[in-house]
Ligand binder design. Structure first.
Ligand code: MLC
Ligand code: AMP
Length: 470
């Protein structure tokens, strides 16, 4: 049986269900014995791509690769051929773990993952600086980049969070977030396995599922993106069912103050907010016993340092007002973008701080508030990070489209909704929505397409997105 540095020793007396997704559950020993069977099969591979459906199979596949020291690429299950082909080509995977491989994975060796399989192989802990995961994430332009996350970074980030939230094996975590991003997979599955707290995954992040996790599974900690909390607040019975919880956590995007207050009233406590990125994991958090203030994401977790600076590099005053660039450093940060030395170098200052691209203010107690992103070309829709450039490229790929500009507009449910301004002939708006949903992940589709005669451009010919947003 494995005993790796990421997951710690296995307490065989703990016969609780450690991971459940929908109606399927595995005890802790079952998770690791099934994962060891995957590790037996995949060890030695350079990289493994995983069809990251919301299922225990995905959990077993990811843990198996981590045990074997094989870098994992979680592939969004709704990704279309353009996005999937890019990911698979870029990451260098030789294995496809999942059901029937899609056409783009036809060259990869298919590995079936069976959560009922068992193996007792003991795996030595992978080196802390070896790559554990390659998480694909959007930039302002171009195709998604693979962020290299080491085993050591995972351990450091998860421990920092566990300490911030007093998250222990006595907790039961519940969420229904996708298993291909930091929030749902890294924190919501690997975090739970590392601290030993059972995780109840509700398959979808619906309010009724969260309520059932509280009433039927005794969940004490809940993770959600603001859209999920907003939907829970709009379903008072479900929100009230969470009143037995110890901690409600919101992150991945800005939580509207009205939702913060509605949840406080209905569930008996407001969410704690925390801030992170694919490249950094979670760097700032309101601690379990910290003051909860709407819009404020707290202080650096243990092992992280943060600074808010002017363009000159000088720190902004801690006056809760002056806006600067948020930069972070610490053991939980990524090692760079796979095969993109220039983008990696650009992401760091000369003195080694990571430029988050987010603008923030700091107050005298050390709390941070995120006030927005520096670039309007990164959109947060329902907590998903979507690059305007990637959506524009998909639109321009349609034969009827001559020009396209994509922006994020405020949306009461999604935070920002993706809106495409398109110059095109002989095509309907919905056809363009479907075209993007078919090529990229469905969540990257424009929620609205506006057909226009021309795009506003400056003297240099650059599209003036600020005018579109106005
Ligand atoms: C809709 N669908 C289409 C379609 N229109 N499919 C094809 N073509 C079209 N034109 C399908 C979708 O694929 C999906 O299918 C279904 O319709 C509903 O999709 P949706 O409309 O996009 O769902 P929505 O209600 O908008 O989702 C809201 C949400 C989701 C909150 C559930 O946005 C979500 O899961 N967000 C979480 C994002 C997250 O975890 N981010 C963390 C990033 S990490 P089907 O089959 O699926 O029903 C990070 C770091 C940190 O940020 O700090 O945490
Ligand atoms: P991703 O790479 O998907 O993890 O997205 C990271 C981005 O999400 C950050 O750069 C922020 O813009 C945004 N984000 C994450 N958490 C928060 C938060 N609590 N409040 C505001 N924005 C957030």
């Amino acid at each position: 049986m494995s005993d790796t540095s990421l997951f710690g020793p296995i307490d065989r007396s703990d016969d609780r269900v450690a991971v459940s997704v929908g109606t399927v559950g595995l005890r802790r020993t079952e998770v690791f014995e099934a994962a060891s069977a995957v590790a037996d099969r995949v060890h030695g591979a350079p990289v493994a791509a995983i069809d990251a459906q919301a299922s225990v199979r995905t959990v077993v596949a990811v843990v198996g690769c981590l045990l074997a020291g094989v870098p994992v690429v979680p592939v969004p299950p709704d990704s279309g051929p353009t996005e999937r082909a890019h990911l698979l080509r870029d990451c260098g995977a030789t294995l496809w773990l999942g059901d029937t491989p899609p056409d783009e994975a036809a060259d990869l060796e298919a590995v079936r993952v069976d959560p009922a399989k068992r193996s007792a192989t003991r795996w030595p802990a992978p080196a802390p600086d070896s790559t554990a995961m390659i998480m694909y994430t959007s930039g302002t332009t171009g195709s998604p980049k693979g962020a290299l996350i080491s085993h050591g970074a995972l351990a450091a980030g998860l421990d920092g969070l566990a300490r911030a939230w007093d998250w222990t094996a006595q907790d039961v975590l519940a969420h229904g977030l996708p298993l291909f991003h930091v929030h749902g997979l890294t924190l919501g599955v690997l975090g739970a396995l590392r601290v030993g707290s059972p995780v109840v995954h509700t398959e979808r992040p619906r309010p009724s599922g969260y309520a059932r996790a509280a009433t039927e599974h005794g969940a004490t900690v809940f993770f959600g993106v603001p859209t999920v909390w907003s939907r829970i607040a709009a379903d008072p019975d479900s929100a009230r069912a969470l009143s037995s919880a110890r901690l409600l956590v919101s992150g991945s995007a800005a939580l509207p103050p009205s939702v913060f207050r509605d949840i406080a009233e209905l569930a008996g406590q407001p969410p704690v907010e925390r801030y992170g990125m694919t490249e950094t994991m979670i760097t700032l958090a309101v601690r379990a016993d910290g003051e909860r203030r709407p819009g404020w994401v707290g202080v650096p977790i243990d092992g992280v340092r943060a600074r808010v600076v002017h363009d000159s590099g000088a720190a902004v005053p801690a006056d809760a007002e002056t806006i600067g660039d948020l930069q972070v450093r610490g053991a939980c940060l990524y090692d760079g973008y796979l095969g993109r030395p220039e983008a990696t170098a650009e992401s760091r200052t000369e003195d080694g701080w990571f430029r988050t691209g987010d603008a923030a203010v700091l107050d005298e107690s050390g709390y941070h508030r995120i006030v927005g992103r520096r670039s309007c070309d990164l959109i947060k829709c329902g907590g998903f990070r979507v690059g305007a450039g990637e959506v524009e490229a998909a639109l321009l790929d349609h034969p009827a489209v001559a020009e396209a500009a994509v922006v994020g507009l405020p949306d009461p449910d999604l935070g920002q909704r993706i809106v495409a301004f398109v110059v095109a002939e002989g095509v309907r708006e919905q056809q363009l929505v479907d075209h993007v949903a078919g090529q990229l992940s469905a969540h990257k589709r424009p929620r609205e397409v506006r057909l226009v005669d021309s795009l506003p451009r400056n003297a240099m010919g650059k599209v003036q997105k600020a005018r579109l947003v106005d």
